[in-house]
Design a protein around this ligand. Structure first.
Ligand code: GUN
Ligand code: FE
Length: 430
């Protein structure tokens, strides 16, 4: 098939050095890795006679898509009508998450969630579980069964949430630590220290999160930042010593290169400077930011400022309204357009693959089709629907084709997914 992989951020649609595209390309996979990539002729010469060949022509092979912020216990929250963030959490999300104390329920939803991710072409996620240890155990068990490279953590939350959805500083520390021991580095599983956000953690719990970061400096940290004006005001009220919302996390040593900050929409210049200096990652969640009326993330300003921010992109299901990274970046394009700017299709596809891999610090392993990387691959069909096929009749560049895939594509455009070299979508039978 045709293969496309990114080497760096594409400045323009003519910045050919930013990606590698093979019109007649091939990938040779062995033991879960890509061991040769290039033109079909080159790869065929390296492959032995006995190699099994799978022909994906005329489809497009890309690194598996990456979703940098998503809540697996919110599958039954998606499409909840009529609320902004804090009411949405209290009225819909928190009641739903209380169900994840139950192991059977957690297993069922984790199974359905990961299958849905695969169906949509996403091979790696950074996921929030519920407050319950059981939910994280279920997520990791299902992720490990699928051999997916996923990052996840039990949410730490000890206040401003209903009974049954609160831990304590000590139990959040103990449960996180037990989960780290059991799952971090088991197969392809990674643990993320996950204080939900400042509103739901007491200072005592933030100290516990800080203790975990100190003990396990290689782990990711994920939380929410500056999503909604009421949320910002309440957070600052709860932490009066902090200069601003970002400073709350800074004071507990929670910023850094492995820190993922969902939303980060309404940042002051001072906050953005701190995030840049610490190498923290801000996560663009366009469908969620639109759905909850949270605001417009200024992607191009964050990128181009003197102290640039590292940016990831994500669905944020169930605040987000679609599991597809294609649908997500379509909405992202519109959010950027509303601010008088553009994100070109190479930049979008860079973001969904290499860009998110950089943001999650997993570029050595995924987000690329380079030789030696782990074989997480998505196969996209630009003619998946009649509407797409008709539009393709008048398209004659790769840039236009990618933009069509993003603008009209969804799970139907995902023909196949490989996880560590094994077909994963076609075996689902859905
Ligand atoms: N802030 C704290 N928790 C959440 C959540 O579950 N979703 C979103 N969108 N924002 C949050
Ligand atoms: Fe979120």
């Amino acid at each position: 098939g045709r293969t496309l992989t990114f080497l760096r951020w594409p400045e323009t649609i003519d910045d050919h050095g930013a990606w590698r595209y093979e019109e007649d390309g091939a990938l040779l996979m062995k033991e879960g890795r890509i061991i040769a990539a290039g033109s079909y002729a080159e790869v065929e010469a390296k492959a032995g006679e006995t190699v099994k060949k799978i022909d994906h022509r005329p489809h497009l092979l890309l690194p598996g898509l990456i979703d940098a912020h998503v809540h697996f216990p919110q599958m039954q929250v998606i499409a909840s009508y009529g609320a902004e963030l804090l009411d949405w959490l209290n009225n819909y999300t928190f009641p739903e998450e209380t169900k994840f104390l139950n192991t059977q329920h957690s297993r069922r939803i984790a199974r359905l969630f990961l299958d849905e991710m695969i169906r949509h072409g996403t091979t790696t996620v950074a996921a929030y579980c519920s407050v319950h240890k059981e939910s994280a155990e279920a997520f990791f068990a299902e992720s490990h069964d699928r051999n997916m490279l996923n990052i996840a953590g039990k949410v730490m939350m000890d206040r401003n949430a209903p009974e049954g959805l609160r831990d304590t500083p000590q139990s959040s520390y103990d449960d996180s630590k037990a989960l780290i021991a059991q799952w971090h580095g088991t197969g392809r599983q990674h643990y993320a220290i996950t204080p939900r956000f400042a509103i739901t953690s007491t200072p005592a719990q933030m100290e516990m999160a800080q203790a975990l970061v100190t003990e396990f400096p290689d782990l990711h940290v994920q939380t929410h930042l500056s999503e909604n004006h009421d949320e910002i005001a309440y957070s600052c009220e709860l932490y009066p010593q902090a200069r601003d919302y970002t400073d709350i996390y800074a004071r507990y040593g929670l910023l850094g290169q492995r820190t993922l900050l969902g939303h980060s929409i309404h940042l002051s210049e001072r906050e953005a400077d701190v995030l840049s200096e610490t190498g923290s990652v801000v996560v663009f969640c366009p469908t969620s930011n639109l759905f909850l009326g949270s605001g417009l993330f200024d992607y191009q300003r964050y990128r181009a400022r003197e102290k640039p921010l590292r940016i990831a992109a994500a669905t944020d299901v169930g605040g987000g309204t679609n599991y597809s990274m294609l649908r997500t970046m379509d909405e992202g394009y519109k959010v950027i357009a509303l601010q008088g700017k553009k994100l070109n299709p190479f930049q979008s596809f860079w973001q969904m693959t290499q860009g998110n891999a950089q943001a999650l610090s997993v570029t050595e392993r995924v987000g690329t089709l380079e030789e030696g990387s782990e074989a997480d691959i998505v196969v996209l069909d630009s003619r998946a629907t009649s509407v797409m096929g008709l539009r393709m009749e008048s398209i004659n560049s790769l840039a236009e084709e990618l933009f069509l895939l993003q603008t009209l594509g969804d799970d139907r455009a995902v023909r196949e997914v490989y996880i560590a070299g094994k077909p994963a979508k076609s075996i689902l039978g859905v």
